[in-house]
Design a binder for this molecule. Sequence first.
Ligand code: FES
Length: 174
Amino acid sequence: MTQADEAPLSEEQLSEVIARYPDRTGDVLSILERLQEMHPLNYLPKETLIRVAEAKRLALSNVFSVVTFYSFFNLCPQGRHTVTVCRGTACHTRGSNLLMNGLRAEIGGVWADGQSSYTTPDHELSVHTVACFGQCAMAPVVAVDHEIYGRMSEMKLRQRVRQLVRKESNDEDS
Ligand code: FES
């Protein structure tokens, strides 16, 4: 990933998406979803929120409220891969802390216990936490790129992360 990947979308891209949704306020959610999907780092830069607020004649705070209400919106650049660790009671009891510690050891990230997400500086991987996947019988549960894995162990998770990162470097080498 390069610095350019973090840049906001172009005015042309923004205008094209905004024009597709002419309703003043009802379409804000769809516009934001589409703009996030289009960004190479799967997030909504501040400039994008300002542009949407202006186009829909809304206060920036209204657009910001929408983005912060829905957990699938990202305000920071995301990694190419995502690991989401459940921190609910069942998963906590069955070792989600060990999974988090394993991830820290594997990717060398420095992120605090209370922090709900972390992205590696090279944007290879983002780590998120959730309150519950609704799969408590399979605790501890993680999602890797939206695929759910139950009864996850620290070693298995570290291996899975290594495979992902190795595959990316092999793809880039070829
Ligand atoms: S507490 Fe982890 S899936 Fe429910």
